[in-house]
Design a protein around this ligand. Structure first.
Ligand code: PLP
Length: 404
């Protein structure tokens, strides 16, 4: 029996959503159900993979759905204000699954000029090879978006804040532009999470997440999700879930379910820590610029205040001597790791050099490269603030900056 959480607060849903008392044991937390198969009545399941999703059995074969995935999907849908959710083995499986579901050869995908490298590379590589037209727009500039839309634009894909440069997108306004044109909007909410922004409530058609980051929160489980209206999510489950087969394991679902219980308090703590670190960086004489949505100096601070419940935990900053600072990191940092990924309890730093991104990932035309450089210069460092004492993080960065 599902508990009735109607009208309850976000924090309560984060704890209780999707997870109900187990009638067989009275357990108030979820068991891990690792069985790949589920017994059924004679005649109730058949050989078709796709049909099992529609059969009148709760579960048949775990690739098509299993108890821990259902719990996680239910919790995510409640948190995001979505009709339905489908979870995947990784964030990239969620993104590629959705794109292959929505886009057909001859369709046009309009993707942000700055997006997670995997998404940018997928769009420019495999999707183009399948005959899907792909082009980019600066999603923070609606005129640029309007100019880039084509008669066959089917999907607009944006991130906010975007990875890695922390530009923001006005979701309500972008959804309006996309819809007027007959296209759908997908927002990657990995950097914000539903504790910060809920894109579906602002008009987006789909939200995708890398659950590997803030949502799971502990850096011990890969995962991804797509959320949206029930009908397209059912189709996505039948197509990507069943046929592409990137199912999220029961154990990872269980880890992410556990992580989500503390999402609201973690997001508040990340924002507190990141605000302190961003202010410290902004006042440091070897720091040239800081991009953090919580600082009044962020060019879209007003949008951040309107659209984000809190500024999240990601910071981008440039220093007086990028090379020297980068070379000194290993020696100087005692707390922060130089590592990929983000949204964990441990603080991480990574560099984003414009020339490298341009060669490997973004490959922007002249006009968009100029825009990118105006925001990001030749490159910057991206910080994912963890749950350590923010003063220790400031001390760490102060040591690293002292080599300059
Ligand atoms: N979306 C964003 C914004 C990301 O930063 C990432 C990974 O860094 C992904 C998607 C991909 O997620 P995953 O690594 O879980 O496949």
């Amino acid at each position: 029996m599902e508990r009735d959480l109607a009208g309850m607060g976000f924090d309560t849903i984060a704890v209780h959503g999707g997870v109900n008392l187990d009638p067989s044991t009275g357990a108030i937390g979820p068991h891990i159900a690792t069985s790949t198969n589920f017994a059924a009545e004679y005649g109730s399941i058949g050989f078709s993979a796709e049909a099992t999703v529609e059969e009148e059995v709760p579960f048949a074969y775990a690739r098509e759905g299993h108890p821990n995935a259902v719990q996680l999907e239910r919790k995510l849908a409640l948190l995001e204000g979505a009709e339905s959710a489908v979870v995947f083995a990784t964030g990239m499986a969620a993104i590629s699954g959705l794109m292959l579901q929505v886009l057909s050869p001859g369709d046009h995908l309009l993707v942000s000029d700055v997006s997670y490298a995997g998404t940018a590379e997928l769009a420019r590589g495999a999707l183009r090879a399948l005959g899907i037209e792909v082009s980019v727009a600066d999603m923070s500039d609606l005129d640029d978006v309007r100019a880039a839309l084509r008669p066959n634009t089917r999907l607009v894909h944006a991130e906010t804040p975007c990875n890695p440069s922390l530009k923001l997108v006005d979701i309500r306004a972008l959804a309006d532009v996309a819809h007027r044109h007959g296209a759908e909007l997908c927002v990657d909410g990995t950097f914000s999470t539903p504790a910060v922004t809920r894109p579906l409530l602002l008009g987006a058609d789909y939200v995708v997440h890398s659950l590997t980051k803030y949502m799971g929160g502990h850096g011990d489980a890969l995962g991804g999700a797509v959320l949206g209206r029930a009908e397209p999510m059912d189709r996505l489950r039948r197509e990507a879930g069943v046929h592409l087969g990137a199912t999220l394991s029961a154990f990872n679902c269980w880890l992410i379910l556990r992580g989500l219980e503390t999402l609201p308090i973690r997001m508040a703590a990340y924002a507190r820590g990141a605000t302190q670190v961003a202010r410290f960086l902004e006042n440091h004489r070897q720091v040239v610029s800081v991009r953090y949505p919580g600082l009044p100096s962020h060019p879209q601070h007003a949008l951040a205040e309107r659209q984000m419940n809190s500024p999240s935990g990601m910071i981008a900053f440039t220093v007086t001597d990028h090379e020297r600072f980068g070379r000194g990191l290993k020696e100087q940092l005692r707390v922060i790791y130089f590592a990929a990924s983000l949204g964990l309890s441990r603080s991480l730093i990574l560099e984003a050099r414009t020339a490298d991104l341009q060669r490997t990932t973004f490959k922007l035309d002249e006009a968009h490269l100029r825009r990118y450089r105006q925001w990001a210069g030749d490159g910057f460092f991206r910080l994912s603030i963890g749950l350590e004492d923010p003063q220790d993080l400031c001390d760490d960065l102060d040591r690293a900056l002292s080599v300059l």
